[in-house]
Every structure is written in C-alpha cells, then in structure tokens.
Ligand binder design. Structure first.
Ligand SMILES: [Zn+2]
Ligand SMILES: [Zn+2]
Ligand SMILES: [Zn+2]
Ligand SMILES: [Zn+2]
Length: 502
C-alpha cells in the first residue's frame, strides 16, 4: 500500500506545523504525490448509505442490510459480495452483536443524516492501524488533531464522544482502543480528511496521510485527482511550474467564495485563520471579488479596510468614502437570500430568467466580478444550452454571445484564483468552445465571416478545447470530469477534421 511517487519533502515551522515543499523543480502537471488512502468511508452526518459502495439505501425496506451484520448494504454489494471495504468492521459488528437500528421514516427524512454511521470511518482507521501498524506510525500518528480547540467545541466533542468513542468501546466491545486514541482518530480525520467522490458521484471521506498535511492557501498551486476505480488512489499534481523548495498548498475551501465565507469555513472546520496573500488583500488580488460599488462617487469600489475583522469599516478606493460594515453585511444577507430562492428552483426557463434579473438588479450595487454575480453567471452558463427553450441549437446569436461573454468573465476570475491545471477552468473552457463554434458557423453562413475568418475562429475554439482536454485527461475515466474529458476530446477531434475539410 505504499505510495508509488513522492516529489515532496516534509518541513516544519512553529506557525504552520508540518508542511510540504517540492523536493525538486517540477513542471505543470507533474505528479508530486501518489498514494492510497489509509482508510475511506462515509462522511460525517451522512445519510444512510451502502457501506460497500456508498449509494444511499433505504434501510427500512428488507434486503438492504448486510446478511451477516445487518448494517446497510445495497443489493449489488450483497449479491456480488463486493463490499470488501466493509469486511473487517462486519466481523466487529457481528461478533459484538452491535445492531444497526431502523430509523423511523419521518425522523430520518427530516434530518437526512444518520449518526449511527459516524463511527464507521474512525473504526476503519483503527482497524487499519492494527493491520498496518508501521504505516500508522510513520504516516498517520504524526498528523495534527487540534485536541485543545476541539475540546472547546463542547457540543461537537460530546456528540463524538458518545456516538463514536463510547459506542465503539461499549456496544462494539472494542475496549482495546482507548477513548483518547479514538478521539484522536476523530480529530485526525476532522483536520486532515478530504472529500472524495465515487464513480456514481456520491461523496465520501478519505484519509491521505501524505496529501493530508498539505498547507492551505486560497490560491492553490496543486490539484488533486482521486481515482474511485482504483481504491480511491490520489494523485497530486503541480497546477503550475514550481521551484525546488517551494511550499505546496491546496485549498480546503471553495475558491469561488468571498473572503468572509472562506475565513469562516476554515476557522470552523480546520481551526485556524488563513492569512494568505488573497485573504490579506481587500481586493482579493485585484479581482474585487467581495467589493461593492461606491455609493458616493460612482467610480470606485468599496472594500473592507481589514479583511480579518468582519466589523471593520469599508472604504472606497477612489474617493476614500468610508461606511460601517453593518450596512454592507445586511445587504449581502438580503442578496444571498434572494439568490438562494432562485437557485432552489428547478432548472427551467423561469430560473434562467430570474438569474438574469438578479444579475441586472445587483449590477448597480456590486462589482461585476463580485462572488454573488460570479455565482449567478456560473448558473447561467450551465443553463444556456441546456434548459428547455434554450437548447444549444436553438440559441440565437445574441444568446450565444451572452454565453461566451459569461464564460470569459468567470474565466477571468478563475485565472487568478486557480491558475493552471484547474478542473473548474477545464469545465468552463469546454462550455466556452461551443458558442464560439456555433457563432463562427452562423457568421459564415450569413456571409459576415470569410472562409479564413471562419478557420481562425474555429482554430481558437480548438486551442480552448485542447487546453480543456489537457487538464481533464488526468481524471479517472469513470468520474464525471473523466467522462467530460472524453466528450471534449471527441469534440476536439471532429473540430480538427472540420478545419482540414475547409
Ligand atoms: Zn453497495
Ligand atoms: Zn456486514
Ligand atoms: Zn486565504
Ligand atoms: Zn467612492
């Protein structure tokens, strides 16, 4: 189970703890680390899922239980006996007669989360510790678990203590694991585990000892790909060229969140305050991603004077007009509530029109690249070409141009926050090539474009698609990104052929 590749070294600083640097100069897309997870399993507060393949199952029906231990398994995993990952805990549950309880339907539907499954992932780590004690000592034992900060979050701590530590030591008869050790594993998982996705797109939790200690930065320089078809092997690549000794980081948070939301997420989940260049800069690296239009001069933009203090005043970069944070925050929560209502609608022409209406409405208030505007633009990019009445072939030139414009605007932001080998960029590049091709063709048919113009435009679409394919080719073929990668490379081939035929 040892990793096949490692171009990293561990260093230590009192501020950062253990962190990784590139052990030699590497180029964009080079593999830095390749490793298998120490364990993988259901995420915290998961709905009831199959403990073999993680599809949600309805345990109240007969036939969705492991015949040996009675814990949730889907019929495929029961029939094919394919739930290898479940075998070791199965013996524990069975020999201790630790039952999985049927959940009353209403109660389950309301919360859609099953605390009984919270113990599974820590249990898998503990059992793997016994199977491979050397790897545990070498790779997992040194991992950070923020004991003090976690103990202070009394409610969460106590819930974990009861649902996980006491449950494993009591009903599961695993008193060979001390309460301290179990809570340490819970902490290691909380601080270091990543979300992965199965081939069917269900989220799970994976613990990668090497990759897990990567430092966080809101502008990551590494990209990870997880291969569900190969026991969730992970590959960490350089998102851009890196020097020997350069610190490696990835992002724990969604890069298209504003600073306030990212800071909150990192503080609550990872127990520290991110002080990266993006977080420290009120303009978020010149994108004005959290900025409002100035109400005093109409030329400048308002940004927080101190992004680390949510109560700090906001100031205009042009006329120096200053306003308290309170009004800004109130505005944001009103807008976010409006956006959430629209985002909750089904994919429909109405939802598309509502998104356009909100974008227009906020144009007077927000910077065009503000994260709220950017998220609306992303939704629109997804809907133009897919929603009934707005299918790709039906879109008039003006709406094709709209889709192109939206793609270019969001790309402008992503080029700053996720430069290089980014999956999000690859998906957007794919979206962008379609209107470009259709517009070029319709321009040629309408005799607005000459043949050489047409070739030029198609050539641009080819370059865009080539970049998309060059990023997506690293994804697991069975993942959603891997599938898109195949679609994109087919589209690329046929575009190239069409240029040759011109
Ligand atoms: Zn299954
Ligand atoms: Zn079982
Ligand atoms: Zn940051
Ligand atoms: Zn101003």
């Amino acid at each position: 189970m040892s990793f096949e590749k490692n171009l990293t070294e561990i260093e230590y600083s009192p501020v950062l703890g253990r962190y990784l640097v590139a052990s030699e100069a590497v180029s964009e897309s080079d593999v830095l680390i390749e490793e298998y997870p120490f364990a993988y399993g259901p995420k915290l507060s998961s709905p009831v899922v199959c403990l073999g393949c993680f599809v949600p199952v309805n345990c109240n029906l007969d036939g969705f239980r492991c015949p040996k231990c009675g814990w949730p398994l889907c019929q495929d995993c029961i029939i094919s006996d394919g739930a290898e990952v479940h075998q070791k805990e199965c013996e524990v549950f069975k020999s201790a007669n630790a039952k999985f309880y049927v959940i009353k339907d209403d109660e389950y539907r309301k919360r859609n989360e099953c605390v009984q499954l919270d113990c599974v992932m820590p249990l898998r780590v503990l059992l793997n510790k016994e199977i491979d004690p050397e790897r545990w000592e070498r790779e997992v034992a040194p991992m950070e678990y923020h004991d003090q900060s976690r103990r202070q979050m009394t409610e969460v701590w106590n819930a974990d203590l009861v649902n996980i530590a006491q449950y494993l030591r009591g009903p599961c008869k695993l008193d060979r694991f001390s309460e301290d050790l179990i809570m340490r594993v819970v902490g290691i998982l909380e601080v270091n585990a990543f979300e992965g996705r199965t081939s069917h797109g269900h989220t799970i939790r994976c613990l990668y000892p090497k990759t897990g200690i990567l430092a966080h930065n809101c502008v990551p320089n590494t990209a990870r790909s997880i291969y569900p078809s190969d026991r969730f092997r992970i590959r960490l690549r350089a998102m851009k060229d890196l020097k020997a000794g350069q610190q490696l980081h990835h992002s724990y948070t969604f890069t298209l969140n504003g600073t306030a939301a990212r800071q909150e997420h990192i503080r609550n989940g990872k127990f520290f305050t991110c002080r990266c260049a993006r977080c420290s800069d009120p303009t978020e690296l010149g994108t004005y991603f959290s900025s409002f239009k100035c109400i005093s001069c109409d030329l400048g933009f308002l940004s927080s004077i101190d992004p680390f203090d949510s109560t700090a005043d906001w100031r205009c970069n042009h006329c120096r007009f200053t306003t308290p944070a309170e009004g800004i925050l109130k505005n944001i929560s009103t807008m976010q509530a409006e956006v959430a209502d629209v985002q909750a609608m089904d994919m429909s022409p109405e939802r598309l029109q509502e998104c356009e209406a909100l974008l227009r409405k906020y144009r007077m208030i927000l910077h065009p690249s503000h994260y709220i505007q950017t998220s609306l633009k992303q939704s629109l990019i997804e809907m133009y070409g897919r929603v009934h009445g707005y299918e790709m072939v039906e879109l008039p030139d003006i709406l094709l141009e709209r889709k192109e414009e939206l793609c270019r605007q969001v790309l402008g932001v992503l080029n700053v926050f996720e430069p290089g080998l980014s999956r999000a960029r690859a998906m957007l590049l794919y979206e962008l090539h379609v209107p470009l091709v259709l517009l070029a063709k319709s321009g040629f048919i309408a005799k607005v474009l000459s043949l050489s113009n047409l070739k030029e435009r198609i050539q641009e679409a080819v370059s865009i698609l080539e970049e998309s394919v060059s990023i997506l080719k690293y994804e697991d073929p069975s993942s959603q990104e891997g599938l898109l990668g195949r679609v994109a490379s087919k589209a690329l081939e046929s575009l190239k052929l069409s240029i040759e035929a011109m």
